[in-house]
Design a protein around this ligand. Structure first.
Ligand code: IMP
Ligand code: MG
Length: 182
C-alpha cells in the first residue's frame, strides 16, 4: 500500500457539499415519514463501518424522532475488489417489525451488499423499508438495488473519507477524496 498523505488525494466532494446534500436528504425523509401519534417508529439502520458519519449527520438533520441500529456485512478486506459473497458479521439488536426502516449505506458499488442487507431487513417484517446511500457508483452495478435516497452519483473511482476507508485508513477525512489507482 502506498503511503499517501491525505493532502495528496484529490477532493471529489467537499465537506460543505456533503453537508448541504445530507440536509436535503434529511428534509425529504422528514416529509416522507412525518411524525404523528399513529406513525410507526422510524429506524435508521447503518451499515458498519463506512456509513457512521453519514448516519450521524443524517439522523441529526431529520426533524423527528429516529432510532438507530447497525448491521455489518463482510467487506472487501484490504482489497478494492467487490464480491458477491456477502457475510453478515453483525445483526440488529432490535426488533424492527412494523417499523419504518431506512438502511443507510456509505456507497452502493456492485450492489451485492445492499441487496443482501435489504433482504435481511425485509425478512424482519418492517412496515416500510427504504435504502439511503450517500454515494452511488452506478456504472459498477452488478445487481439491481432500488435506491430511495441518493446523495451523489460518482464515477468509477475508489474513494475515501467521511467514513469510507482503504484498509481502515482515511475514514476521518472531512471530505471525500479519490485514491489514486495502483
Ligand atoms: P458492493 O457490495 O460492491 O455494493 O460494495 C459495497 C461496500 O463496498 C460499500 O458499503 C463500501 O464499504 C465498499 N466500497 C465500495 N466502493 C468503495 C470505495 O470507493 N471506497 C470505499 N469503500 C468502498
Ligand atoms: Mg469499506
Amino acid at each position: 500500500m502506498p503511503l499517501v498523505a491525505s493532502d495528496d488525494l484529490k477532493i471529489l466532494l467537499t465537506a460543505q457539499q456533503i453537508e448541504s446534500r445530507v440536509a436535503e436528504l434529511a428534509e425529504r425523509i422528514g416529509r416522507d415519514f412525518p411524525a404523528s401519534p399513529h406513525a410507526p417508529p422510524l429506524w435508521l439502520v447503518g451499515a458498519l463501518k463506512g456509513s457512521v458519519f453519514f448516519l450521524a449527520d443524517l439522523a441529526r438533520a431529520i426533524d423527528r424522532d429516529v432510532s438507530l441500529d447497525f448491521v455489518q456485512a463482510s467487506s472487501y478486506g484490504d482489497s478494492t475488489e467487490t464480491s458477491s459473497n456477502v457475510r453478515l458479521l453483525r445483526d440488529l439488536d432490535h426488533d424492527i417489525a412494523g417499523a419504518d426502516v431506512i438502511l443507510v449505506e456509505d456507497i452502493v458499488d456492485s450492489g451485492h451488499t445492499a441487496q443482501a442487507l435489504l433482504r435481511l431487513l425485509g425478512s424482519r417484517k418492517p412496515h416500510t423499508l427504504k435504502l439511503a446511500t450517500l454515494l452511488d457508483k452506478m456504472s459498477r452495478r452488478a445487481v439491481e438495488v432500488p435506491i430511495d435516497y441518493r446523495g451523489f452519483e460518482i464515477p468509477d473511482r475508489f474513494v475515501v473519507g467521511y467514513g469510507m476507508d482503504h484498509a481502515e485508513r482515511y475514514r476521518n477525512l472531512r471530505d471525500i477524496r479519490i485514491l489514486p489507482a495502483g
